[in-house]
Design a protein around this ligand. Structure first.
Ligand SMILES: Cc1ncc(COP(=O)(O)O)c(C=O)c1O
Ligand SMILES: [Zn+2]
Length: 373
């Protein structure tokens, strides 16, 4: 296993607990499979969690695995929409109600193995609840910085798992700035893409989608995009699956959908630039997408272009109704982010970018439980 910068490609030692590269960009885990890639038979089909893919995850000693039985969520049929087959991946059933649990299980396991005892992160809500739950399980102290505008339900859930909540600012960017000021030297910074293992956990979403489709790729993945860990994680999974020979055929086209309330990735994609610019005064009901200046902007744009994908902006005013539609079709209690993704799908199906006969997977990234929907 090596750790490598996603921008300047500088290799990093796997021994220290990695954060970001000196150049400021995220570091990625590369598993070294030059000679012997794991065989498909190494998937532990008796394991009802993401740890069924342990053979393709970074090595973690048994005693440090921090699991609340996350992942291996159901892929449900979303029906036929004008000749396009839609599937939803129901991430609402994860232990703390969102797909963030995948990343946190891997990251906290690794931090526990590395001897880290205190962590901090800013969050739009779900990541903080998830970090709190996994840190509690591992006996790690956790500080969560949340915007003061967040529904009280997120604060309660984070505190329920024994984490310290620090409230301030209008959105995650301000919460992050405050954390930077107050952070103690010994606190490990578990922010999105400032540590490489959360992406390793998120990549299992891609492994599951392929396995549940009978070891096939869908044509298109539609992803409600904030910080981007899910997007880059799934793309990583699909590339690994192809490289190992577990799945054949063309890789999926990756789609990032954002609400017009905060859409830095769409803006950069449409402008043809390789970096995102900070979005001013972001505001959206899809709280997890209110990420004005994602650290992984360059990485996401690379994935969208490499995959032949696209970035789509949708109307904020339509999100609530779309959320209800998804909840109805998928029989889940989904959060507004699912409404954003669904609007993105509709727009691309209407324009013909998604074609008849294609298969599309839309992750329902979080549950409605703590949102004011
Ligand atoms: C429910 C939900 N969906 C999507 C996202 C965006 O995820 P990512 O940061 O991986 O782009 C978040 C992030 O907070 C979220 O909570
Ligand atoms: Zn670098």
């Amino acid at each position: 296993m090596t750790l490598i910068c996603t921008s300047c490609e500088e290799p990093h030692s796997g021994k220290e607990t990695a954060t970001v590269c000196r150049c400021g960009h995220p570091i990625e885990v590369r598993l070294d499979w030059r000679e012997t890639a794991p065989a498909i038979g190494t998937v532990n089909s008796n394991d009802p969690s993401l740890w069924r893919y342990r053979s393709v995850l970074p090595p973690i000693d048994d005693e440090h695995i921090t699991s609340l039985i996350e992942g291996w969520t159901r892929l449900c049929s979303g029906g036929d929409h004008g000749g396009v087959t839609v599937y939803f991946k129901d991430e609402t059933v994860n232990p703390t109600g969102s797909f963030k649990d995948r990343g946190m299980s891997l990251a906290v396991s690794h931090l526990d193995m590395s001897g880290v005892r205190e962590v901090c992160l800013p969050s739009a809500g779900n990541a903080g609840v998830s970090a709190a739950a996994y840190c509690e399980k591992a006996g790690i102290e956790c500080h969560v910085y949340l915007p003061e505008t967040i529904p009280a339900t997120f604060v309660e859930a984070t505190e329920k798992y024994g984490a310290h909540v620090h409230l301030g600012g209008q959105a995650i960017a301000e919460a992050a700035a405050r954390m930077q000021k107050e952070k103690k030297e010994e606190w490990f910074n578990l922010s999105t893409l400032k540590e490489p293992y959360r992406v390793e956990g998120k990549k299992t979403l891609g492994y599951e989608i392929a396995e549940q489709l009978g070891w096939q790729f869908p044509d298109v993945i539609i992803y409600p995009t904030g910080g981007g860990t899910g997007l880059v994680g799934m793309w990583k999974a699909f590339n690994e699956l192809k490289r190992m020979g577990w799945v054949e055929g063309p890789l999926p086209r990756m789609v990032a959908v954002q609400s017009a309330g905060c859409a830095p990735v769409v803006k950069a994609f449409v402008a043809g630039t390789s970096e995102t610019e900070p979005w001013q005064d972001g505001d959206t009901v899809a709280l997890g997408l209110n990420v004005a200046n994602p650290l992984g902007g360059t990485w996401m744009l690379k994935v969208l272009r490499q995959s032949g994908g696209i970035a789509v902006m949708v109307n904020e005013e339509e999100v609530a109704v779309a959320r209800e539609e998804v909840a109805h079709i998928s029989d889940t209690e989904s959060s507004p982010e699912a409404g954003v993704a669904w609007l993105g799908f509709q727009s691309l199906a209407r324009s013909g970018w998604i074609r008849e006969g294609e298969t599309v997977v839309i992750p329902i990234t979080g549950s409605a439980e703590r949102y004011e929907v």
